[in-house]
Design a protein around this ligand. Structure first.
Ligand code: ZN
Ligand code: ZN
Length: 211
């Protein structure tokens, strides 16, 4: 069992419990929760609280007609959703995003690889593969970036991140994550805006690789 030291901040967990997170961030949070007993328990508490609030509101405001329709909808047979189990280092939520298939890596050069899981106006989610000792170019953030370690570990200006650890980087952080020596560091990264690279070449590549 690995020891997770970087957890989901409270505001993100509350937003997730309320269904208010963009899909890319929700994927990162769901994946951390699937790896972390502590955050699973915290989420459970929030969901209980949220459920209680919804019930109270339903009592107060929702008409009988709407209630009946909601119950009918709940009774309707659900379209069976395909679910995936954890496979290797990839937890179930990541396997779902992969459609049950192994990742199709694209090279970014110098051994660094990525696979884009989703890309859209509300943000993007990708898997990153960084060989031991290699770094992700120094960059700042236009918005929020969540990075969850699935294999190996990386370090940056803010500390060390091992398997299960979630780094939350916001607009004011400039960092240069470097994978620790040893097995490649594989991360799930979610962003709501493109990264700002300081050096010229990554900036040049940015539109091509959609970093
Ligand atoms: Zn946690
Ligand atoms: Zn970053």
């Amino acid at each position: 069992m690995t020891s997770i030291t970087h957890h989901i901040p409270e505001d993100l967990l509350i937003a997730y419990a309320a269904g208010n997170l963009a899909p890319a961030f929700a994927l990162a949070v769901a994946t951390h929760v699937s790896m972390c007993d502590e955050c699973r328990a915290r989420l459970g508490a929030h969901e209980e609280l949220g459920g209680a609030l919804i019930e109270e509101e339903a009592e107060a405001e929702v008409s009988d007609d709407l209630k009946a329709r909601v119950w009918d909808a709940l009774d309707a047979p659900l379209v069976p959703e395909k679910t995936y189990a954890r496979s290797g280092i990839f937890p179930a939520p990541v396997m779902e995003a992969l459609g049950g298939l192994p990742p199709k890596w694209k090279s970014l050069g110098l051994g660094v690889r990525q696979m884009i899981l989703s890309y859209g106006p509300t943000g993007s989610a990708r898997l990153l593969y960084i060989p031991g000792g290699m770094g992700v170019p120094d960059h700042g953030h236009n918005g929020l970036e969540l990075t969850l370690v699935l294999q190996g570990a990386f370090r940056d200006e803010t500390g060390r991140y091992g398997v299960g650890d979630l780094e939350v980087a916001t607009g004011d952080l400039e960092h240069e994550p470097v994978a620790e020596d040893g097995p490649a560091c594989i991360c799930l990264a979610a962003t709501d805006a493109s990264l700002r690279f300081r050096s010229f070449i990554p900036r040049l590549l940015q539109p091509i690789f959609r970093i």
